[in-house]
Design a protein around this ligand. Structure first.
Ligand SMILES: [Zn+2]
Length: 415
């Protein structure tokens, strides 16, 4: 197992410090506070995670879209964001007296436009529209830091348009996907919260719809342990939050499923039901793992920078013992890259011991050492992150071993 966060000092695990040491992201005052730049190592890890999420979603009936990170002010008036959320939005960009563009604070308005792009029939529902898309929040500069509070956010988002009767099955399916994503990424859930209506608040949607929605969410939670939070629901619908704890002990929502009775009415969404009548869908906002920024802030700390091999920026480092084995080392790394792995060779830069220590500091999950004997035999001795050394094996077997751990999305480099 990789060293877990709890065994080390929180300050050693601060994702800002590790993010800098491991070249994951960069914050530059010239670019602006809360606008991190993902460096090649961070981008490689994020790319692997995004590909995994998209593939998981496609295999579960989601359709992905691309929509722009900004839109006309009228769009956000219609969605209600300007009414309820203007303080968190950047000021408009005035193009002319009747044309203002705004950076979006959420993806829902564009996904409602995807729904409205053509007429919808009950046969198309549930319609699951997904995107890992950009959105922007005008956070005060004093609260910004690293990846956990940013102004440019890339959310693993989706909106499910369905009938109220379908909500139970849809939410249960979302919770299953949340479990799959958490297991692969190595996320530890600290608590689950069901936010419900409270007395004295105003809510959109009928009494019967709320009662049905709340009981469907309870049913979808099944035997999971969770706490109910009366009065914590948004005015537009109840929600489930799946929370994690960071190294400083603070708890926050990583994954969320939220019902919405408001936006379908605001955008006048409808479909033709089985009897030929017009019906209004319910909208479910859901995120399996939240934003890429907060997710990686958490994962860097949770794993102490030692990501599971499948999303480690560099999966394999090849070290020739001497100049004589450099050719065999380069050929082995090339065949690993050809097999789809992220691999490099370090032939220079000190003794073998120093290069092994550098690879350990970079948290590379597999280090292949190739000496004259291995080069002559077409073999390789693998060292696994954490100190384990495997007996020398033929080069193709080493690639297969790594490939299998990556394909299985195993947390442990040698399952
Ligand atoms: Zn949404």
């Amino acid at each position: 197992m990789s060293p877990r966060a709890v065994r080390q000092e929180p300050s050693m695990l601060d994702h800002r410090k590790l993010g800098r040491e491991l070249d994951i992201f960069h914050s530059d005052p010239l670019s602006g506070a809360g606008l991190p730049i993902w460096l090649p190592a961070g981008a490689a890890a994020r790319h692997a995670v995004e590909e995994f999420l998209r593939s998981l979603e496609v295999r579960n009936g989601y359709q992905h879209v691309y929509s722009p990170p900004l839109g006309r002010a009228e769009l956000f008036e219609l969605s209600g964001h300007l009414g309820y959320f203007a303080d968190d939005m950047f000021p408009p960009m005035k193009l002319s007296s009747d044309d203002e563009l705004m950076l979006r604070p959420a993806l829902c308005p564009h996904h409602c436009l995807v729904y409205l792009a053509r007429g919808r029939s009950y046969r198309e529902l549930p319609l699951r529209i997904a995107e890992i898309g950009g959105m922007y929040r005008s956070e005060r500069s004093g609260v910004l830091g690293g990846l956990s509070r940013v102004r440019a956010i890339h959310l693993n988002d989706a909106h499910i348009f369905c009938s109220l009767a379908d909500v139970g099955a849809e939410v249960a399916s979302v919770l299953r996907l949340v479990d799959v994503a958490h297991a692969a990424l190595g996320v530890r859930v600290s608590s689950v919260r069901l936010s419900l209506r409270g007395p004295g608040e105003k809510y959109v949607g009928s009494e019967e719809s709320w009662a049905q929605a709340e009981s469907l969410l309870r049913a979808a939670l099944g035997s999971r342990s969770y706490v109910e939070a009366p009065g914590e629901a948004a005015f537009y619908g109840p929600k489930i939050d799946i929370q994690v704890r960071d190294v400083r002990g603070r708890e926050w929502s990583l994954s969320t499923v939220q019902l919405d009775f408001d936006k379908p009415a605001r955008f006048d969404l409808s479909y033709v039901d089985a009897g030929g009548a017009r019906a209004r869908p319910v909208m479910v906002h859901r995120s399996l793992v939240g934003s890429m920024e907060r997710l990686f802030g958490y994962l860097i700390e949770e794993h102490g920078g030692a990501f599971p091999a499948w999303y480690a920026p560099l999966q394999l480092r090849v070290l020739p013992v001497s100049a004589a084995s450099a050719g065999a080392a380069a050929a082995f790394a090339a065949s690993a890259v050809e097999a789809g792995l992220r691999a490099d060779v370090v032939a220079e830069g000190g003794s073998l011991g120093a290069r092994v220590r550098d690879a350990a500091a970079a948290k590379v999950p597999y280090v292949a050492v190739i000496g004259d004997r291995e080069a002559a035999a077409g073999a390789v001795a693998l060292r696994v992150r954490g100190g384990r050394e495997l007996p020398a094996m033929p080069m193709p077997d080493a690639i297969r071993l790594i490939d299998e751990a990556v394909a299985a999305r195993s947390i442990d480099p040698v399952p």
